[in-house]
Design a protein. Structure first.
Length: 324
């Protein structure tokens, strides 16, 4: 099966079943992927995206620091990993598309800046912010209390994560006890890792076996480990897990929870270096695209309407720090 056909079928299946939305369902009729990457009533996965674009809004643009306004570009860091529907390659296997790229483009448009993307590995997203190489990162970054010490956040999407296991595994995950003694993989430096580490520690304190945590940075690597039985499950972003379930038909979601864990709803946010002077501009831009409807159109297009926010929050409560 071709890459184009695989992605089209997967998106169609996800939107038709409601699996793609992490916190609810969207209109399946409007979200269906069109055949061969065309745009006739569905999601365009070809390189010619014809993205929903915005216009400069003076009230938001005036909040951008003068040096960046003069430069005229917004340097945006994005993960190079292929994680549909958040960020992945179009049918030409070289053009980056996805919901994160679309939202970042709208934010830049609203601020009167030209979006300038650079795809790097996950850990280098933060290196890029630290060195001021990037003005922003919009790449499924969850707000955490630890990250708030170095970065500022303007939220734009809800965050949920999911445990993905081999189809027919026969178990479900709702609490720490359910993963005691299991071998579970995560990507390092993520909020999923923090939650899994905390759950493992809770198990040890309760006299249960710890979690055997394995690390994979690429989806393809963990998926191979899952199918070969080297791991029992993987904990990752809910949309990506649902995509794998629909694409290959060899895995299943066995548990879902907020990306912040516990009773706190996780939030995905535009991330910038602390005190860069940009976070208020990002929040204003996000509020504008929410109000004018372009934000909702982007989420609906990618089957993520259930993760929409009504307003951007600056540095809201985030995932608690891991206890040492």
């Amino acid at each position: 099966m071709s890459v184009r056909r695989s992605i089209t079928l997967a998106l169609a299946t996800l939107t038709a079943t409601g699996l793609l939305t992490a916190c609810g369902t969207s209109d399946p009729a409007a979200d269906l992927a069109a055949p061969k990457g065309h745009k006739d009533g569905g999601v365009n996965i070809g390189p010619d995206q014809d993205r929903i674009r915005g216009k400069k809004v003076a009230a938001a643009a005036d909040l951008v620091p003068e040096a960046i306004r003069k430069r005229g570009t917004l340097r945006i860091g994005a993960s190079a990993d292929a994680s549909p529907p958040l960020g992945f390659y179009a049918t030409d296997d070289k053009t980056r598309i996805g919901s994160e790229i679309d939202i970042a483009t709208l934010v830049a448009d609203t601020l009167g800046l030209k979006p300038q993307f650079e795809e790097v590995s996950w850990e280098n997203l933060f290196v890029g912010l630290d060195s001021s190489k990037f003005d922003a990162v919009l790449s499924n970054v969850t707000v955490t209390e630890e990250r708030k010490e170095k970065y500022d956040f303007a939220t734009y999407r809800l965050d949920n994560i999911a445990f993905e296991a081999k189809k027919g595994s026969g178990w479900t995950v709702k609490e720490p006890a359910d993963v005691a003694g299991k071998t579970i993989s995560v990507s390092s430096g993520t909020n999923q890792e923090k939650i899994l580490v905390e759950w493992s520690e809770e198990n040890v304190k309760a006299g249960r076996k710890p979690v055997d945590i394995k690390y994979f940075q690429k989806d393809t690597d963990y998926y191979l480990a899952l199918q070969s039985g080297r791991i029992d499950a993987h904990l990752g972003p809910s949309p990506t897990a649902a995509y794998h379930v629909a694409t290959a038909g060899q895995s299943e979601i066995i548990g879902q929870l907020s990306g912040a864990g516990g009773d706190l709803q996780g939030k995905i946010a535009a991330t910038t270096k602390k005190d860069s002077g940009l976070v208020k501009a990002y929040a204003a831009a996000i509020d504008h695209i929410v109000q004018d409807g372009s934000y909702g159109k982007v989420l609906k297009r990618w089957g993520l309407s259930g993760e929409a926010v009504e307003k951007s929050e600056i540095n809201p409560p985030g995932l608690p720090k891991t206890k040492s």
